[in-house]
Write a protein that binds this ligand. Sequence first.
Ligand code: PBG
Length: 330
Amino acid sequence: MPNVPTHRPRRNRKSQVIRDMVQETHLATHDFIYPIFITEGQNQQIEIKSMPGIHRFSADRVIDEIGRCVELGIKSFAPFPQVNEALKDRLARESANMDGLYLKTVADIKRQFPDVVLMTDVAMDPYSSDGHDGIVDAESGEILNDASLEVLGQMALAQARAGADIIGPSDMMDGRVAWIRDVLDSNGFSGVSIMSYTAKYASAFYGPFRDALDSAPKKGDKKSYQMNPANRREALRELALDEQEGADMVMIKPALSYLDVIREVRDNTQLPVTAYNVSGEYAMVKAAAQQGWLDGEKTMMEVLTSIKRAGADAILTYFAKEAAEVLRRG
Ligand code: PBG
């Protein structure tokens, strides 16, 4: 007689009701932070080719879009600006212009939807004629850390003045969390939070985002400030620094190829952990679904659930609206 199994994990999978009963990870719409692209003009809603279903909205249209999202239960947004090439310069001066597209739109969203949470992005790239997150030394091409802090601090302060709830430094300059915290506190914004892009990797998965904003570096790459995808321990070093410097929440970016890093960070901090399910991760699923090679909806829910299972409390994702619709359907 062959031995029959004495342990049968399949008993916990025998019906949908039992599977639901023992399910360990549950997605909810309040887990999502929806990145949203803003562009100049009026009555504009332009689909981004490499991100089917995602648009750049003019300021008037973004209000309608946020209204639709709020209906679905999405309450947190991460706006990003597409800046006119003519307004870009070496020092990203447009980033602190209270009358510029981005800050005016942020203020307008907060006026119309006081309860939504806005996380604004701090990095020079959308406003920089060099397309880098920090200042580029004209001669050496080096990205200047300490000089960039000055610009990033002013950008964060202007965003706080516009009504941002959370400042999201995505630039990866050393010391920027402490710098921004200090600028905010000394200007009466001690209540504004910082969600640090703690472990942001120099990733190929940002391609579609750079298409959306025309923000790709004009020269070189971002490897002298964004992290090497091969490194895990380095994420813990960044985590320790961000905690010391006063970050309220930490983020790992991208998410899907970095689930081990999300878990590692989750196990090593008491702070909330978020993950950024980036543009390329979205584009991959959409492209395969359009070909009929994957079930887009099931793949989306599996991706989001995996990111949460890995340890993320909240997820920045372009899938927010579609996933909220699936969750509403139940
Ligand atoms: C800018 C920034 C980037 C993303 C968010 N903020 C691009 C980059 O670092 O080049 C990428 C987001 C995405 O791909 O969805 N500092």
